[in-house]
Design a protein around this ligand. Structure first.
Ligand code: ADP
Ligand code: MG
Length: 697
């Protein structure tokens, strides 16, 4: 194979000025590929040259002019200035540079002709002036038409101190490398999806021609679209391969036909919703297929995911197998165990809790080692270690936000592969679910059980905050319980903790009759679980907490959720928090207390949340506002770092790339054909070590 120019350092093709090299190194822009795929943060149209005499205050201008009467000055705090007049046939315009470097003084001597761009400001003396305009001296020997920097639409890159040098370097790399760059997509495929050739897309990314101002403004040109497609294709190929690998081993065939399913459903203490029925139908079909299930069950908070899991587990046991339900914390495991007992023990399905206490784990393990059918409930960590896998036929993972936790399970198991059902708490749009976990099938619970009263949600700021305290006093007086939640993020952890602690002691003074406890994520886990358990058991009236309560505690007697500094939470998070109340027979409320005066945007967001109770709609709003990385937590979610593609905004492009990838893998599972190898190799060169996309091979 010929050496890959994309993988080489830029300096292999072009001298890189030391200051620029230093900056690029610091920002991780090392190879030709890094630079060629470095996305401009915006573009500037420098095609239309304005006359110096015509430029109005406030206008962004590009002009070709002569430097006249340059004058050096000094800033009070140190550093030199240079002021001059820019003169052309139409008149003149002032220009001032601060902190000028010696080489700039040489470039801007009297009589030099340069291109200038900047925004025209009004000077103190009433004239028009450009401050720190970008400029390029017009060299005698370099005709202006060839300029990378003027007379065209130019790229502006984020956060560089050397815009011109970087632009020149990328321009030079484009000339040096593009002619020999292979396009991973064959002509026919490009035609089918109306995609530019790769070389044209890379050139167009930096030096667009033919794009409309709107496309440039949205960073959504044909060049972006081609690169987005390649990214999504690379992502989807990884998913298609993962899916294949996950299903390569044989699975357990359950007896889960219509009769068995109907009987199991009839055992529930309530009538399932239509959505639960649909999901159960999909799950049961997987469970009898003999292929290991890999399914994501998505649903709004309170949509009844646990009941769906319970039926699946019952089908496992009635087919003569073992099942497990894995929770993120021990407290949640205990809670799940109670629920499953209630739902399953009347049907004679044994449910056992596996706790970290020595005796319990041993007993549970012993029971499972005998192969007796039953359901084990415990934390992911504990169960993955202590269950004798190989007999485990169904693993349900209540994973909240985290994606990818089942990988270890899949790897550690030998023999037949267990069916896996992941339950996700953030109801994300299907397209995003596919982008994240396109290797999984998705079932959606988009319906709440009947009779749920929406949690009344209100925003209280300023003096109105006192109402929250009154309500708190009233609820506690009536024997109800309440949460008071504070934000806690790493960057401001100390201050945040102080706020929560201070809040708890203020409350203790204001409500001496209430039993108040503080719980936060920086406590030892055992301590935290003890307090949460006390709250669950009614021994604590008001739980003051940092966001740890977000993860699924179920306390039906809790009727009031107060969120302090609510503007700092994402909408999905607030919706999750709100879902902690309204779980019992009593009407419930959620009060959002912003810390200070709200911006218009923040007020709009909070009142949108107060109006809507649809978790999917709220997640969509949140994604629009904050983007998937923020909403799902990039590190936790396994969310790939996409530079060009936005699966939420480009569902069609994702669908097309996904269909292509799955089709390729279906026809050529190991991607061995010459065409497939060329495609994979080409995409790997573009994205392979640059993103965290799932490994293809
Ligand atoms: P999720 O985990 O999806 O947030 P849960 O499984 O905890 O929701 O269910 C919330 C509550 O609704 C539980 O108390 C459960 O017993 C109840 N529930 C679930 N499905 C139904 C149904 N079809 N009808 C009535 N109540 C239901
Ligand atoms: Mg749940």
């Amino acid at each position: 194979m010929e050496p890959d120019p994309l993988g080489q350092p830029a300096s292999a093709f072009r001298r890189v000025a030391p200051v620029l090299a230093e900056e690029l190194e610091a920002r991780g822009l090392r190879t030709v590929r890094d630079l060629l795929l470095h996305r401009p943060s915006r573009y500037e149209d420098r095609r239309a040259l304005l006359g110096a005499g015509e430029a109005q205050v406030g206008a962004r201008v590009a002009l070709l002019a002569e430097v006249r009467r340059p004058r050096k000055g000094r800033l009070r705090r140190g550093g030199g200035t240079l002021s001059c007049q820019l003169v052309d046939a139409t008149g003149q315009l002032g220009a001032v540079w601060f902190h000028v470097r010696p080489w700039q003084l040489r470039e801007l001597e009297a009589g030099r002709r340069c291109f200038f761009t900047g925004t025209v400001k009004a000077s103190k003396a009433g004239g028009r002036v450009l401050f720190n305009p970008e400029y390029e001296p017009l060299e005698e020997e370099a005709p202006s038409a060839a300029s990378l920097h003027f007379g065209r639409v130019v790229p502006l890159y984020p956060g560089t101190a050397h815009p011109r040098a970087l632009r020149s370097l990328i321009g030079a790399l484009i000339e040096a490398v593009l002619p020999s760059l292979d396009d991973p997509l064959p002509e026919a495929l490009r035609a089918e999806h109306a995609l530019l050739p790769l070389a044209e897309a890379v050139r167009g990314l930096h030096f667009p021609s033919g794009a409309t101002p709107e496309q440039l403004e949205r960073l959504d040109t044909e060049a972006h679209r081609r690169l987005a497609f390649d990214e999504l294709l690379w992502l989807s190929l990884g998913m298609a391969r993962r899916r294949r690998v996950a299903r390569r081993r044989p699975g357990f065939a359950f007896r889960a036909g219509e009769g068995e399913l109907a009987r199991a459903i009839a055992g529930l203490p309530f009538t399932p919703t239509g959505a639960q029925r649909r999901a159960l139908g999909e799950i049961a079909a997987d469970l009898c297929s003999g292929e290991p299930m890999q399914r994501l069950l998505e649903g709004d908070v309170g949509s009844g995911k646990t009941a769906v899991a319970a039926i699946a587990l019952r089908l496992a046991v009635e087919s003569g197998f073992q099942g497990a339900l894995m929770a993120p914390t021990e407290l949640l495991a205990v809670q799940h165990e109670r629920t499953l007992r209630r739902l399953l023990e009347p049907a004679g399905v044994p449910v056992r809790l596996v706790t970290s206490s020595a005796g319990g784990a041993k007993a549970a393990r012993a029971a499972f080692e005998g192969g007796a059918p039953g359901v084990a409930v415990g934390t992911q960590a504990l169960l993955q270690e202590s269950l004798p896998f190989g007999t485990l036929a169904l693993a349900v993972i209540d994973e909240q936000h985290r994606f990818g936790v089942e990988d270890r399970l899949r790897l550690s198991a030998k023999g037949r592969a267990p069916h896996v059902l992941l339950m996700s708490a953030t109801p994300i749009p299907r397209t995003l679910a596919i982008a994240l976990r396109g290797d999984l099938d998705v079932s959606v619970l988009d319906e709440l059980p009947p009779g749920r009263e929406p949690v009344e949600t209100r925003v209280f700021s300023g003096a109105a905050r006192a109402k929250a305290l009154d309500a708190l006093r009233a609820e506690v007086g009536a024997g109800r319980q309440a949460y008071v939640v504070y934000p806690l993020i790493e960057e401001s952890e100390k201050i945040d903790l102080a706020h929560a602690t201070g809040g708890a002691s203020r409350l203790a003074a204001q409500l001496p009759e209430a039993r108040i406890a503080l719980v936060h994520g920086r406590m030892p886990a055992a301590e935290r679980e003890r307090i949460m358990a006390a709250f669950r058991d009614g021994a604590v009236d008001v739980l003051v907490a940092t966001t740890v309560v977000e993860v699924g505690v179920d306390v039906p007697n809790a009727t009031l959720m107060i969120v302090s500094q609510a503007e700092r939470f994402g909408l999905s998070q607030l919706h999750q928090l709100r879902g902690r109340v309204g779980r019992g027979p009593h009407p419930s409320r959620c009060f959002l207390l912003p810390r200070g005066p709200l911006s218009r945007d923040a007020r709009r967001r909070l009142s949108a949340l107060a109006r809507s109770h649809d978790g999917f709609a709220i997640a969509r709003m949140d994604l629009e506002i904050r983007g998937p990385g923020e909403v799902l937590g990039r590190r936790q979610s396994g969310l790939p770092e996409l530079s060009f593609a936005d699966p939420v905004r480009q569902p069609k492009l994702l669908e097309a790339a996904r269909a292509l990838a799955f089709d390729l893998v279906a026809r050529d599972p190991e991607l061995q054909s010459a065409g497939a190898r060329r495609l994979v190799e080409g995409l790997r060169r573009l994205f392979g070590d640059r993103t965290s996309l799932a490994a293809v091979a």
